[in-house]
Ligand binder design. Sequence first.
Ligand code: SF4
Length: 406
Amino acid sequence: MDEVPPAAGTQSGEQPREGPSSTDGATSSVYVHAPFCARRCFYCDFAVTVDRESRHDAWLNAISAEWHQIRREDLFSFPEPLRTLYVGGGTPSLLGTCAMDGLASVIGLRLLSHPDLEWTAEANPESFTPAIARAWRAAGVNRVSLGVQSFHEPSLRWMGRLHGSAGAAEAVRNARRAGFGNVSADLIFGLPGHLARDWGDDLERVLDLGVEHMSLYGLTVEPRTPLGRAVAGGRERVASECRYRDEYLEAVERLTGAGYLHYEVSSFAIPGRESRHNEVYWSGRSYLGLGNGAHSFRKPLRRWNLRDWKEYSTSVMKGDSAIAGHEVLDRAALRLERIWLGLRARRGVSLASIPARATAVTERWMRRDWARAEAGRLRLTVEGWLLLDALAIELDEAVTNRKDGE
Ligand code: SF4
């Protein structure tokens, strides 16, 4: 459920032969993927394995094997304790009470000793039991991200979620009782109209949870999913653009009106509770990803792991590499990516960083009120964020002087 920025640049399925020197690989953020889910949601295209049994030991052994490979490789170095650790999935809360403690043993207490460490783990409401909450808190997890998605029973069933409308509130209670002061909730918008989901009611109920952070994701149709096949076969219809837009704008109004800072296209936080881990992705700093399908970045190299859990775990347990591919970003690709990631965030990008050949494009955005220039920075407006993907393509075409697909 964790969002990793998309890639730009040259691609290869081979191991990198050249890359950055080992002297500048200091990394302070780690993502760990937990791939198991009790059931696959209708729309989900993540690197997930459906398995109701706890695969705690197999998971921890594979993560440990990959982590020790990384430490020998010397491409990523960890001279200082980590600032952020994010365990995403999949459903980490399916891994049982000992998983986070086990992960702490793998990574080592020295690296988890920073007083400001943000350690997030994702959970689904039905498996975030009081025992899991207490065990995670005792292990050092201090932020929980809950996959709420909706409070509307028919919508939850349509999505294939396993919790009911009261599940989110119970999970938040479990988190609070265990001592979590930082809880995030994911909500999905743009569901098909036939579900008759009351979006305003869902927004009210998520506000009632009193969480510190919210992430809003528009439903996207991926061709490889059951939803994708149903849409292609005419058995399902997605929300209209108009509905998608209205729900996004309504959410922005309700959440910002309730005191949340809209600090990134999909993210809202009580000031001071912005996700520090996601900020690493958006700011171009280096991060290491462990687990199947995980991505790692160390300028100018991005690489990604084998996506299939069995393939990944078999490989690392044999002592072979987890890596499926990589890309080395040239300077132009790095600059473009930096601008695009910057525009996702409220702070925007410095006007000086916009290449001259893109000026006409950004001036047009400002005339349409999709962007504003303030204090030497270019920021997208909420209307601009609604068009983020299209604007990114436009920017890319203006900078590289080519149409997509050329
Ligand atoms: S719980 Fe999340 S990761 Fe698991 S199948 Fe559903 S959407 Fe995918």
